[in-house]
Design a protein around this ligand. Structure first.
Ligand code: PLP
Length: 447
């Protein structure tokens, strides 16, 4: 499969380059030249298939031309060693629980898949390959969730070393322990600064010639095709489980969205033939996409901090992919593109006060504990579902990941799953760092 850039100014790429580079030379996002429809027989039999097998079919539709069949199967099975159940919350509203992976959030799947795909290319590439000889170093800046998913996804994958940069004192203790206690090929770097300082250090490192001669650097950014596409597996599984319940005829899929990678993978699934009637993108107070749907104007703004902080994004990267998907490669005018997007996707936006109220009401009414991100998705279905429709929202993180907030809002003591408790018992190890690039560079040059 060939990959082109959403900015249209970069050379066409193959999968290996798209995965290793992440972003195209013109700073656009990579898109596959073709999205093949899956055969009808796959959808006919899907409700009898297990998650791994469904995912393998989807993966092979995307990556089958570029990755050896056995390796791809091994990769998918290794990535999906956990379940992704659909749970009825009330009436016609179901929760798709994406939090049963190693760090209890949906980013686990993309992170692990990307780690294993990168490893595959390291092993396969000859002397010409980008990743041939020597360790590949992944740099990732995090405000919490991404760091834990990437660190755990790459843990123990040989040939790759991960540096997680995080702002000192700005990450919750539960999040911090998920990437500072791992050891092995994971190094946590505690930066005396804010998240933007961490991101600036990573960006400077990628642009520094001396450093790039010294070591092979790559990112594990969520715009990477190997990180966002595998999330499509979730939506095929949701359809399968709903079909098994006899409830798949009029499905509305609702995705709490920040950088729009997750919903974008669902839209790729739709292009592959997944029979979802329509989609809802649920936002917190960062309502840039919601406004776009209303007005047709895309006006990025600095993000504001909310209870659902993994969705605090003021300029969602994957917006460019969504526009590209529905503009027929630029043939449609912006107005036509907007129209085709709004005929399939609607939006919702919730303030922190509404998120709190939703969490309380849902818990009182049904006993189901929502996390602040899932709460946006649930409420968008309560508000937006039409008669005869069945709604499935993504519960993107386990409520225990945001225990301080959830306990406070619901007045309960959320149980911490054993996997998370195990991280908390581990010993924290991190490298203290200033926000001065010269210090970070000197450190990396010694590695
Ligand atoms: C990352 C994240 C989101 C937002 O997903 P996007 O793909 O960035 O839209 C929502 N909820 C949680 C818990 C997350 O970690």
């Amino acid at each position: 499969m060939k990959y082109y850039s959403t900015n249209g100014q970069a050379p066409i790429s193959d999968l290996e380059k798209a995965v290793v580079k992440g972003l195209a030379e013109d700073r656009g996002l990579y898109m596959p030249e073709q999205i093949y429809k899956l055969p009808q027989v796959f959808f006919d039999n899907i409700s009898d298939m297990k998650f791994q097998d469904i995912a393998y079919n989807v993966a092979s539709n995307f990556f089958g031309e570029d990755v050896d069949e056995d390796a791809l199967q091994d990769l998918v099975y290794d990535t999906l060693s956990f379940d992704c159940p659909v749970v009825k919350v009330k009436d016609n509203i179901y929760s798709l629980e994406l939090f049963h992976g190693p760090t209890l959030a949906f980013k686990d799947v993309g992170a692990r898949f990307m780690a294993r795909l990168l490893q595959y290319f390291i092993r396969m590439s000859g002397s010409e390959g980008i990743a041939a000889n020597g360790t590949v170093n992944v740099l990732v800046a995090t405000s919490g969730d991404t760091g834990s998913a990437v660190a755990n996804g790459f843990l123990g994958v040989d040939g790759i070393h991960v540096y997680v940069l995080y702002p000192k004192g700005k990450v919750s203790p539960i999040q911090e322990c998920q990437f500072t206690t791992l050891g092995k090929n994971i190094t946590a770097i505690e930066v005396d600064g804010v998240f933007d300082d961490c991101q600036a250090l990573v960006k400077s490192a990628f642009m520094d010639e001396e450093l790039n001669k010294h070591m092979k650097l790559t990112s594990a950014n969520s715009i990477n095709v190997a990180r966002f596409l595998p999330q499509a597996f979730y939506y095929f599984n949701a359809y399968a489980r709903m079909k098994a319940l006899g409830k798949a005829d009029n499905l509305v899929m609702c995705v709490p969205s920040g950088n729009f990678g997750n919903i974008c993978s669902a839209l790729f699934g739709h292009k592959m033939g997944l029979p979802i009637q329509r989609f809802i993108a649920a936002n917190n107070a960062n309502d840039i996409f919601y406004k776009y749907l209303q007005t047709g104007c895309y006006e990025p703004r600095p993000s504001v901090q909310t209870l659902a902080n993994a969705m605090d994004v003021g300029d969602p990267s994957n917006f460019a992919r969504i526009i590209n998907l529905y503009s027929k490669n630029g043939e449609l005018t912006p107005e036509e593109t907007h129209q085709s997007i709004t005929s399939l996707i609607s939006g919702a936006t919730y303030s922190d006060e509404q998120i709190r109220e939703t969490m309380r009401q849902c818990y009182e009414e049904t006993g189901y504990i929502l996390d602040p991100h899932g709460a946006c998705g649930y409420q968008a279905l309560v508000d937006g579902l039409k008669p005869g429709e069945i709604g499935v929202f993504c519960e993107t993180a386990h409520p225990a990941k945001f225990k301080e907030k959830v306990d406070d809002i619901l007045g309960i003591d959320v149980e911490i799953p054993e996997r998370l408790a195990a991280f908390m018992r581990g010993e924290k190890q991190s490298v203290p760092m200033t926000k001065d690039f010269a210090d970070f560079k000197a450190y990396l040059l010694q590695q």
